[in-house]
Design a protein around this ligand. Sequence first.
Ligand SMILES: C[S@@+](CC[C@H](N)C(=O)[O-])C[C@H]1O[C@@H](n2cnc3c(N)ncnc32)[C@H](O)[C@@H]1O
Length: 249
Amino acid sequence: MSQNNALDYYGRLGNWSFDEFGIHTESLTSWDLNELINKYADSDSRILDLGTGGGEKLLADYPECRKILGTDFSPEMIDTAKRNLERSGRKNITFKVMDNLQMDVPDEYFDIVAARHTITDPAQIMKCLKPGGHLLIRGVDKYDCWSLKKLFGRGQAYDDAVPVSIRDYEAVLNAGFTEVELVPIHEREYFRDADAFRAFLEKVPILNVCDEDRTLEEDKLREYIAGNTFGGQIRLLRNYYGISAVKRS
Ligand SMILES: C[S@@+](CC[C@H](N)C(=O)[O-])C[C@H]1O[C@@H](n2cnc3c(N)ncnc32)[C@H](O)[C@@H]1O
């Protein structure tokens, strides 16, 4: 998806919540973005969350600390995040519109920069981190939902020659970070039923349904569901990646 299409797509959605799909997740690996944020943060920390969406994850999982700034290039997402913040009653959190590729934040200001399932420019992140600060990225990798994408013959990152995890890893190394680790993350997601699974696929860009006026081919969807139903729930295998890195002190 191009960045212009992404802005339209996320603007139309206006939230990044999946509560309605009754998803149950089993982790097969142990790299956990929230655990690392909670490990590195203390009460004096400033945290930047890039591509925060409606702030759902930040508000639910990030620790109480001196300051948390959540940013997103979609004004609709930031409006949702501000409403979610009001409802949450949490303090020391602000949201603002900002493009991750044209960051507008002070230099050497944040202790932690987190980016979950969004685009990043590690060179710009390097500038805004304090020396000794942590960068934590969680991304969706090329082979995410691979059997589903193979069946449909298309999908997010389907034709990428180099997986996005490797491109991000190289970019973090090239930006001059130290202690750079790239870790695969595998999860099994279970959806309440076939209707919830279909509605999920119509919301997310996994099969690129959303940005190209495509519909889900019924025969392929039925075939996938028939082969991946366990105890009435539909299973989807997820393949993410985590990157952790430190700005040299
Ligand atoms: C898949 S959602 C993830 C939201 C949230 N981080 C989460 O994990 O729940 C991706 C988010 O990144 C935002 N995004 C995509 N490209 C961006 C960019 N260039 N600058 C800022 N935000 C961007 C989208 O608007 C969207 O809210």
